[in-house]
Design a protein around this ligand. Structure first.
Ligand SMILES: CC(C)(COP(=O)(O)OP(=O)(O)OC[C@H]1O[C@@H](n2cnc3c(N)ncnc32)[C@H](O)[C@@H]1OP(=O)(O)O)[C@@H](O)C(=O)NCCC(=O)NCCS
Length: 187
């Protein structure tokens, strides 16, 4: 079982560690900005209580990293190691697979920070957790996430339509994967 609290990671600009309750204001400050969470499939937080509830869940589940910007120590995003899109598919049923899900505070976009964080987690995923594969997904309209996923070397696998039960039509979503062979071969 993966417990991210047992695998704190340091990169050039970031510290990836478990969430703490005193991160609440940092979390709320980026999660309450309209249009950020929506790109990842969740509504922006309307109040501090929503952030508090989700923060408690992050701490309990222990599979989502807080991204701390070392230069100005505050939490500027999250990177989860979560249930993969492959979960219900027979073809992948005997494999250890996790999905990366990420969000960065808007003012930090475009500096390659999530690339740095994801590369570090991929290294741990394959070398320490010994996963068979790591997956990633983005809504068809989310071009910045698509760019990041492509730059990380994920390979497109399939398209699915996700239903969010919000009265809106299903959302076209592209699913990607890196398996351990291609990770270690660098292909
Ligand atoms: C997706 C996300 C994590 C990317 O993080 P990042 O650290 O900014 O990634 P990068 O710096 O590598 O930029 C990725 C692409 O985003 C685009 N981008 C960068 N800054 C941008 C900005 N300010 N506005 C719009 N697009 C921008 C660029 O196309 C860039 O691709 P390029 O390197 O070919 O120019 C970040 O945009 C984000 O948090 N978005 C909202 C939540 C989300 O979409 N999560 C993913 C759900 S699948």
């Amino acid at each position: 079982m993966i417990r991210i609290s047992e695998s704190t990671i340091e990169t050039d600009r970031l510290l990836l560690r478990a969430w703490r309750m005193d991160d609440l204001m940092d979390f709320y400050s980026y999660a309450s900005v309209p249009g950020v969470g929506e790109m990842a499939g969740w509504p922006h937080h309307e109040n501090l209580e929503t952030s508090r509830t989700i923060l408690k869940r992050f701490i309990k589940e222990d599979w989502t990293y807080a991204l701390v910007f070392k230069e100005n120590p505050q939490v500027i995003g999250s990177l989860g190691v979560q249930h993969p899109w492959t979960e219900e598919l027979a073809k992948y049923k005997n494999l250890e697979i996790r999905e990366l899900g990420f969000v960065l505070a808007k003012e930090y976009w475009g500096q390659g920070l999530m690339m740095e964080a994801c590369q570090a987690v991929l290294e741990v995923a394959f070398n320490k957790w010994k996963l068979d594969a790591v997956t990633c997904s983005h809504f068809a309209t989310n071009h910045q996430s698509q760019r990041l996923i492509e730059k990380l070397g994920f390979k497109y696998k399939q398209t699915e339509f996700l239903n969010f039960r919000n009265g809106k039509p299903p959302v076209r979503t592209l699913n990607y994967m890196i398996d351990s062979d291609s990770y270690f071969l660098g292909s």
